[in-house]
Design a protein around this ligand. Structure first.
Ligand SMILES: Nc1ncnc2c1ncn2[C@@H]1O[C@H](COP(=O)(O)OP(=O)(O)OP(=O)(O)O)[C@@H](O)[C@H]1O
Ligand SMILES: [Mg+2]
Length: 236
């Protein structure tokens, strides 16, 4: 399947949240490569095709980490699709400066929609984006639908790795629905603002649906030393 390159995008724009694109040799980009390596180590026996990124509450850094991990895996040569699965507060189109008339919701609700017209191919090699599309009234229902399952299977044929940028776990069921269906889940913890009870509650909710929580990324660890992101794998 041939995806047309989208008019955008990445060249010559200073975007602090996309540091792996704008400053590939920075310490932070190196930390994303370390997270990528740790994810590989956590999945030695399984072929990792899909990855969910979530957190307990809002604003932990899920979207930032999803976008930079997508770049990092694409740089490694994997054909990566980043899907904005946060149908309540989508931001991926803003981060990559893409239109968002159509996206995941189009694919789930319009039988005639074709992936080639909806997925954006970026000018960064191997990186593809499916934005959220219009915000639907029933996100959880759409994400739990048979069509979503079919779409995921279809996309797994076309891409090496699919990264799902999810909403927080605690408020709505969306994250649980998707996390239970992906090969691995990464949990983002905002070092400064995370509520321990909420983190434990989230872990419980993810365990309940048998999500494979591979580890946590501790975000905003030590801004003075540029060490923003740290990954802790689970010993499983
Ligand atoms: N390590 C960091 N250092 C500085 N700013 C950060 C860091 N991580 C995230 N941010 C900023 O914090 C804000 C929230 O981040 P982001 O949108 O990635 O969080 P989120 O978990 O996806 O939020 P939401 O729950 O709303 O989807 C953004 O403006 C982002 O640029
Ligand atoms: Mg987000």
């Amino acid at each position: 399947m041939f995806f047309k390159k989208s008019k955008n995008q990445t060249a010559n724009i200073e975007r602090p949240s996309l540091i792996t694109l704008t400053r590939p040799s920075s310490v932070v980009s190196e930390q994303f490569r370390t997270i990528r390596t740790n994810i590989h180590f956590s999945m030695v026996d399984t072929d990792l095709k899909s990855l969910s990124i979530t957190s307990a509450g809002p604003g932990a850094g899920k979207s930032t980490i999803s976008a930079n991990l997508a770049v990092s895996f694409a740089n490694e040569g994997k054909k990566v699709l980043l899907i904005d699965t946060d149908m309540r507060k989508p931001t991926v189109h803003k981060t990559f400066r893409l239109p968002n008339h159509d996206g995941l919701t189009t694919m789930l609700t319009d039988r005639n929609a074709e992936l080639v017209n909806i997925i954006h191919r970026l000018d960064t090699d191997n990186l593809y984006i499916l934005t959220s599309g219009a915000i639907p009234p029933n996100p959880a229902e759409l994400l739990a639908s048979k069509r979503m399952e079919q779409l995921k299977t279809e996309l797994e044929e076309l891409f090496d790795l699919i990264i799902f940028d999810l909403p927080p776990v605690v408020a709505v069921t969306d994250a649980q629905i998707i996390a239970s269906k992906t090969d691995g889940t990464i949990f983002v913890i905002n070092k400064g603002g995370a509520d321990k009870e909420m983190v434990l509650k989230s872990k419980e909710l993810l365990d309940k649906v048998q999500a494979n929580v591979m580890g946590a990324v501790l975000n905003r660890v030590d801004t003075k030393n540029d060490h923003y992101y740290t990954y802790y794998g689970e010993n499983r």
